[in-house]
Write a protein that binds this ligand. Sequence first.
Ligand SMILES: [Mn+2]
Length: 438
Amino acid sequence: MNLSSLFETHIAYLEEGYAEALTLARYDAVVLHSGVGLKQRTVDDQYWPLKVTPSFAHWLPLLEPGVLVVVEPGKTPSLVRPVSSSFWEGPAPMPGDHFLGSFTVVECAPAAMREHCPSGKVAFIGDDLEAAVDLGFSPEHCNPQALMAPLDALRTIKTEYEVACMTEASRIAARGHIAVDSAFHQGSHSELDLHLLYLRVTQQDSTETPYGNIVAQGANAAILHHVHYGREVDSNPNQSLLVDAGANYMGYASDITRTTVRGDGQAASDFRALIAGLEALQVELIDAVKPGLAYEALHDLSHEKLAKLLLESGLCTGSVEGLLTSGVTRAFFPHGLGHSLGLQVHDVGCRLAPPSDRNPFLRNTSTITTGQAFTLEPGCYFIDALLEPLREGPAKTMICWPILGTLRPFGGIRTEDNLIVSRTASLNLTRDNLSPTN
Ligand SMILES: [Mn+2]
């Protein structure tokens, strides 16, 4: 993929956006620090892998600690790299060379980095506040909210370069999902085996994935963040699998979930029909995405559609209205419909206002805008902690408990795609790549 020309336009977007944000926040310049590997515990000498400061990663995909990007409107941005003399650590491999030409590159001794920070009123952005002190920054100029807010807003609109990176991140993840799906249907595996297969096929170490893979067989799919992978081979002929796993490309994330089931038993067949129903529901929601619509309205629409599906499947009885007002749909689908996506898997800038009380976990309350990237991930789970209490209240007669009992061993369903909003229709980064012929 030739990223060079796309990157030049991306940098031009950042230069313009940063100049406006700096003016708004009354700063002359900003120093972006790449970050540092944090110590895991105070009592030993193990460090977490470096997680690069997202605002730094907005400018380039370099994976090195202690590097600065200096942004001063009107000047070429500079990249200040400390020369390391460590014989314990090797440098991280360069993720490409498409970005270096856009910077004035300076290499210097760590002690000389301060000389490359501009004068005037300058902000520091980064997690390493010790480095900020060493560079001469006072705490009130570290990550100032007046600057962070417009810079976060800048990240909600993706440039063509970012769309290309996110598309590639989806392609890589799709390869892993296809391989795991195929292995699950052809043989018996433990959850750990399937997780490791995903990492091998996508060529990622577990520290490089944008988030911890969720690989859940059977009832474990009802644990929304199931990451304690079972070690036992699961040879149940009627079994479900939920995989929520992404990939990283040039710092950009994909976040994809698929649920599948094997076996011809009645319950497996019923669960398969429910997967198809949820998938159709998700596609309808994707078709409803359009600029100007509140994302939360889409979330509320997903509950209406889920109520219909629960009635059609025989899992519930009564009316759509009854299932909504009694909280039944929220017991089956407790999480938010989706979140913004980009340099972080739960990206910034789309939850500036809190959601309504009925949607406490919704991470996107923005008005849908051209250029936004977000996930759309409806679910339907059989979670005892949420459903059992309904046996005692007015919703008791709305749930068909024997059918729920036969489906409970399959845990639940989630279908998650990554979307970019364009003027005409949303661009689905996930579905085309998940076709086995791709
Ligand atoms: Mn997600």
